[in-house]
Ligand binder design. Sequence first.
Ligand SMILES: [Cu+2]
Length: 169
Amino acid sequence: MEGRMSRGLRWGVLAAVFVVAGLLSGCVGGDSEDGTSEPSGTGGATVATGEAANLADADISVTLGATREFGIELSSPTAAAGEVTFGVTNGGKLPHGFAIARHDGDPGSLPQDGLNVDATQVDILADSGSMDPGATATITLDLEPGSYVIFSNTGGHYSAGMFIGFTVE
Ligand SMILES: [Cu+2]
């Protein structure tokens, strides 16, 4: 009886680990697949990649890695509060990603864990995952007025300066 209980408990723990692993891989995956993800993060973001990403829908155009490999350019540094769609193009030679977090002050001062933004301390509202050179994505989320940081969440890119401030009015 006791053995059966602990075996059941072990399977339960194992199942929980698989669920967590699935969620984690879902957050960073989808780099080359076409499709639309389930809402992720507290912003309830919708991320569309590949053919599902229609850049014509974008309110803000975001170019990654174009004039500077670890740089980000925005068509506008501000947007009106409410639903905002970012149309993202990786114009660089390396894989890059689009991530956004609410943050007051210096956009370079997000807490880091080693070379990366510390996701245990930063509420990342949306993350495109890694995008190959030339890849496109649209990210739609509801934004409240305030200061935000848009950054590349690809390994080490934030610490290399791949971020830019963004204001919602
Ligand atoms: Cu990057």
